[in-house]
Design a protein around this ligand. Structure first.
Ligand code: COA
Length: 164
């Protein structure tokens, strides 16, 4: 049987425990997963693409996931990134109703571009649904506690970046 290859794209500026939860659960749905770190031309990021990809790679190594998992930077169209790794599944997390409209548009556009690639949505764990990378950065900047929001390595990088 053909391997089920999925991608999980995002800006990951930075990766949070909410993203880690989605990655862990996505592993149950596919045989191989690519976490695709977007160049993020649509956002002004705190960490550059290389830094974000490095952080994702490091955390994935520590997570000891049961399937083959890669992290990879990407720019350009998501559908082209899918073709590049032969993925037929796009994984996205849904946190609240406010995510829904944008996600519907994104899924519809991606389906328009390639009808054989399906977007699969995972509901974010209820206890993590309030987390966003922007909020984590803000709490870090204002010297709040981010211990339960990001991996300790990400916390260290964030503190280094925002504390001067
Ligand atoms: N837990 C915690 N936070 C989560 C989360 C979860 N499970 N799921 C999403 N988020 C947060 C992210 O941290 C991010 O927070 P921020 O806005 O504060 O930075 C926010 O939700 C948005 O998530 P993200 O996955 O980074 O989405 P995005 O909107 O920045 O990017 C891409 C989505 C990269 C997939 C999309 O822009 C894309 O495909 N770009 C390529 C061009 C393309 O093909 N476009 C589509 C056709 S036009």
């Amino acid at each position: 049987m053909k391997k089920r290859i999925a991608i999980y794209p995002g800006t990951f500026d930075p990766l949070t425990v909410g993203h880690q939860d989605i990655i862990t659960r996505a592993c149950r749905l596919c045989d191989e997963l690519y976490v695709l770190v977007a160049a993020g031309h649509h956002k002004q990021t705190l960490f550059n693409l290389e830094e974000r990809n490095h952080m994702v790679k490091k955390i994935l190594q520590e997570m000891r996931l049961p399937i083959t998992i890669h992290s990879k930077p990407f720019s350009g169209l998501l559908i082209d990134a899918c073709h590049e790794v032969d993925a037929k599944i796009i994984i996205r997390g849904l946190r609240a109703v406010s995510d829904f409209e944008y996600e519907m548009q994104l899924a519809a556009m991606n389906r328009h571009l390639d009808g054989l690639i399906e977007t699969v949505y995972l509901m974010t764990a209820e206890n993590l649904s309030f987390i966003s990378s922007t909020m984590v950065k803000e709490v870090a900047k204002l010297n709040g506690n981010i211990d339960r929001l990001v991996h300790p390595y990400i916390k260290k990088q964030l503190k280094k970046r925002v504390c001067h």
